[in-house]
Structures are given as structure tokens and as C-alpha cells.
Design a protein around this ligand. Structure first.
Ligand SMILES: NC(=O)c1ccc[n+]([C@@H]2O[C@H](COP(=O)([O-])OP(=O)(O)OC[C@H]3O[C@@H](n4cnc5c(N)ncnc54)[C@H](O)[C@@H]3O)[C@@H](O)[C@H]2O)c1
Length: 274
């Protein structure tokens, strides 16, 4: 397969490496700045460079597009590719808002072209192990998770509402939210309580947030998001699940199950290196 990658920044390089690791080819890069484009093309042996997705589509020669650009470009770049019948993997957050996301979904359905959002924790070995073990803790009643950066946060376009759509919630909280939803079996939200604010730096997006989601399977998820936080309970995207028959968590990844014979709790670890 020949992939095109939009953006030549941090995440684009990870996608380009992943494409090559799978034995596929990065055939083209779409990047606004020529110096970044040239360096990226040279690093990954890419022969074609474009400044817009439209130019790429006009030339053809890409079987799929990976979008790793600032958030305000996710919807227009995705729509252009899907309408041309090119499958898209778009980075999170999917879009600036739900209206844009709805249009992307409709374009995918209408064109019969695959649209996937890069919620990468769904493919993490610890997450997959935990999901395979969850039946052991019985019905999951609640989850608790967070996506936070402690003592740092991003700068540049990430902190501008018109370019990013939102702050720590769409940047970090979304990982914890999607991971909880994945582990719960992708239920739909019934109601959401959310409170976000900006307290640590001077920008117009959130750096602190709490959300509570009531899911249609009866479970409830509590999610924290943040940049520049003074503390985190553990690694990014960590999630805990409280079941009727036990407890499960990511990072460190383990189960705590009652051991009735010994009248105590036994711990089962994933065994993966953290
Ligand atoms: N899934 C994950 O774990 C993960 C991790 C990091 C970033 N991301 C997401 O990836 C996206 C990019 O983040 P990043 O950290 O790589 O940002 P970045 O700033 O490093 O890279 C963005 C690139 O897009 C380029 N760009 C800007 N305007 C453009 C335009 N009009 N056309 C083409 N290219 C343009 C920039 O010059 C830059 O090279 C964001 O949506 C972010 O949320 C996801």
C-alpha cells in the first residue's frame, strides 16, 4: 500500500515509521512548511511533497491518508480525502466539534470509504490484555481514569482555541475517556457532567477538567484531564475499573480478585514490562 501523511510533525513521524515497519510505503507528505516537508521526506525516503491535500488528491497515487495536522484541519482534510474515495486515519481529537465529526461520519458512509480515528490505546498490549480478562471482575459498575501532563503542557497551536478546538480535555482527557469506553465495550453516553477551566497558564483553552459520563450499560466513568498539573496518580491514560467481583487497572496493569479460600485478595499481573 502507498500511504500519504498530512503533517510532518511529532505524530506524523510515528505514523511514517509504523507504515514502514509494516512493509508499506510512505509515498507522499502534505505539509504547510517546505523546510519541515523536505526534512520529513528525506528522513522517510518520500518522493512527493504537497502543501495541500487537494493537490495530493489531484495527482492521485495514494491508497490511504493519515492525518496528523493541527485539529482545525482534521475535518476539511478528511472530507476531501473521503469524498475522493481515499480511506483516512485521522488523529484524535477527531474534529473541532460534534457537527464536524458528524459530517465526517456521513462522508464515510456515503462514499463507502473507511474512516478511523487514531485512538491508539485500543491497540496497546496492556489494554488488550485487560479487556480479555475483564469477565473475571464481573459487571463493571464504575471506572476512574485520567489523562494529564504534570509540570508541563504543550505550546503553540495546541493552546489556541481557533486552531485546537479545546485544550487538555481534547488533547489528554480524550485518551482516558476512549480507553474507559473501549474497556466497557463501547457503550453510548446517556448523560455527561463536565467542568473545565483554565488556571495554570494564560491561553483560551482548558488546562483542567473533570467529566462524569453515565453510559447506557449502567456504568459510570469519572475522567480527569489536565496540563501543568501538580500531581498525577500514575501514567498517562491510566484507568481503573471497579467490578462486582473484583478490580482491574491499567499501568501498572493488574486484576485484584477475591481469594475466598484464603480470605484475601489475589493480584494477577499482565506480565508486560511497564
Ligand atoms: N494519538 C496520540 O497519542 C497523539 C499523540 C500526539 C499528537 N496527536 C495528535 O496529532 C495531531 C498533530 O499533533 P503533533 O503533536 O504531531 O503536532 P505538530 O505541531 O508536531 O505537527 C503538526 C504538523 O502539521 C503541520 N501543519 C500545520 N498547518 C498545516 C497545513 N495547513 N497543512 C499541512 N500541514 C500543516 C505543522 O507544520 C506540523 O508539522 C494533533 O491532532 C494531536 O492531537 C495524537
Amino acid at each position: 500500500m502507498k500511504f500519504a501523511i498530512a503533517g510532518a510533525g511529532y505524530i506524523a513521524a510515528i505514523h511514517a515509521q509504523a507504515v514502514q515497519n509494516c512493509g508499506a510505503q510512505v509515498a507522499a507528505v502534505v505539509e504547510k512548511y517546505s523546510d519541515k516537508s523536505a526534512a520529513f521526506a528525506s528522513q522517510f525516503g518520500i518522493s512527493r511533497q504537497y502543501t495541500t491535500v487537494e493537490e495530493l488528491l489531484k495527482d492521485g497515487g495514494a491508497d490511504a491518508l493519515v492525518i496528523g495536522t493541527p485539529n482545525f484541519l482534521h475535518a476539511p482534510q478528511t472530507l476531501a480525502a473521503l469524498n475522493a474515495g481515499i480511506p483516512v486515519l485521522v488523529e484524535k481529537p477527531m474534529a473541532m466539534n460534534a457537527v464536524e465529526a458528524g459530517k465526517m461520519l456521513s462522508a464515510s458512509h456515503k462514499s463507502g470509504t473507511t474512516l478511523m480515528v487514531a485512538h491508539c490505546w485500543r491497540f496497546d498490549q496492556d489494554v488488550l490484555w485487560l479487556k480479555s480478562q475483564l469477565h473475571r471482575i464481573g459487571r463493571v459498575l464504575r471506572t476512574k481514569g485520567y489523562g494529564v501532563h504534570t509540570h508541563w503542557g504543550p505550546a503553540g497551536w495546541f493552546t489556541q482555541k481557533k486552531l485546537a478546538g479545546g485544550g487538555a480535555m481534547v488533547d489528554m482527557g480524550i485518551h482516558a475517556l476512549d480507553t474507559a469506553r473501549f474497556l466497557l465495550g463501547d457503550p453510548q453516553p446517556v448523560s455527561v457532567y463536565a467542568r473545565i477551566g483554565t488556571f495554570y497558564k494564560d491561553f483560551d483553552v482548558d488546562d483542567t477538567g473533570v467529566i462524569i459520563v453515565n453510559w447506557d450499560n449502567g456504568a459510570v466513568s469519572y475522567i480527569e484531564s489536565g496540563w501543568w498539573q501538580p500531581h498525577s496518580d500514575g501514567a498517562e491514560a491510566a484507568t481503573q475499573l471497579y467490578g462486582q467481583q473484583g478490580f482491574a487497572q491499567l499501568f501498572p496493569t493488574l486484576l485484584e480478585l477475591p481469594d475466598p479460600g484464603k480470605n484475601q485478595v489475589k493480584t494477577v499481573k499482565s506480565g508486560f514490562k511497564q
